[in-house]
Design a binder for this molecule. Structure first.
Ligand SMILES: [Zn+2]
Length: 171
């Protein structure tokens, strides 16, 4: 896919919601077909926004590839949208947890989790807790990122009807 995605433009994110349905990933869960996976979508923590999404214009440029939500060490982090835990571990010394939502995936740091990779998780379930060390959010916030393949998106797309526009790369 060769799209640049502009948040704040004209086409509803419904396209993304539709494409990202985790139902296929959760097909082994008996009730996953009878309940809309979006029903209980929520923010992973309730803290205020400390730093907004500011994606760079090119991969090698500095930017903020997610949002920072206030949360102190030990604060529980909840699953914002259903999916499957696809990574639990450290990246460059920062504890990271990743949830695969289907087409999209969420990353959370610094978060320590006792869940195992491959575990199906529903929105609202406790994912882990904010760690004291690791990354620019250590002990003071949650950094939440959202990706389609290697393209970073505003994570609020997952739970709010943020307007987006898909633009061909050579447009
Ligand atoms: Zn951040």
């Amino acid at each position: 896919m060769f799209f640049r995605i502009d948040v704040g433009a004209l086409v509803l994110a419904t396209v993304l919601f539709t494409l990202s349905s985790p139902v296929a990933a959760l097909s082994s869960t008996p009730d996953s077909m009878t309940q809309d996976p979006r029903d209980n979508r929520r923010y992973p923590v309730s803290g205020e926004l400390l730093q907004d999404f500011a994606p760079p214009n090119a991969d090698w440029l500095p930017g903020h590839r997610g949002i920072d939500l206030a949360a102190s060490t030990g604060t529980p982090v909840f699953v914002p949208a259903s999916g499957v835990v696809s990574f639990v571990g450290e990246v460059a010394g920062t504890p990271v947890v990743t949830i695969d939502h289907g087409l999209m995936r969420s990353t959370f740091q610094p978060v320590k989790s006792e869940l195992n990779e491959g575990t199906p998780v529903r929105s609202g379930r406790k994912l882990g807790v904010i760690a004291a060390d690791g990354g620019h959010c250590a002990a003071r916030c949650l950094h939440w990122g959202l990706l389609i393949e290697e393209q970073y998106l505003d994570p609020r797309l997952l739970i709010e009807r943020v307007r987006v526009r898909l633009v061909p790369e050579d447009f």
